[in-house]
Design a protein around this ligand. Structure first.
Ligand SMILES: [Zn+2]
Length: 129
């Protein structure tokens, strides 16, 4: 009986922990969730700002020069955000990406910090220059 309850609890906990990873239109999220959402927001806001500038320009509230400057500024923000989103997506799709969070020395198997240049166990270079 207590074993069955324990199994149910473990399954429920697993589902609870895993749930956030399968939200947002089925996209699998990972440790970079915070970054993409920030860039998504920037992209969205940049597009909205461009739309608004276009509207103001059409209704003659913005001069050609002001409109060009605004559009350039927000287009740059949008491009920056899209590049960041692309990079995050590429990083997510790359197999073994999770190894970046915790690495293991290929020589001795010692756990090494993500950005460590040398293994703390055996001193071997890890190629994270
Ligand atoms: Zn090592």
């Amino acid at each position: 009986m207590s074993v069955a309850v324990g199994v149910v609890l473990v399954v429920l906990c697993g589902a609870f922990v895993a749930a956030p990873f399968f939200r947002r239109d089925g996209a699998v999220l990972d440790e970079e969730t915070a970054a993409p959402s920030r860039w998504e927001r920037q992209k969205f806001e940049a597009y909205a700002a461009i739309k608004e500038a276009e509207f103001d320009h059409e209704t003659a509230k913005l001069s050609d020069a002001d409109f060009a400057a605004l559009r350039e500024k927000y287009a740059a923000l949008a491009v920056e955000a899209m590049a960041a989103l692309d990079a995050a997506r590429t990083a997510r799709q790359r197999p073994g990406k999770h190894a970046a969070a915790i690495n293991f020395c290929p020589n001795c198997g010692h756990k090494t910090p993500a950005q460590a240049k040398f293994c703390p166990g055996c001193g071997r270079g890890l190629g994270n220059a």
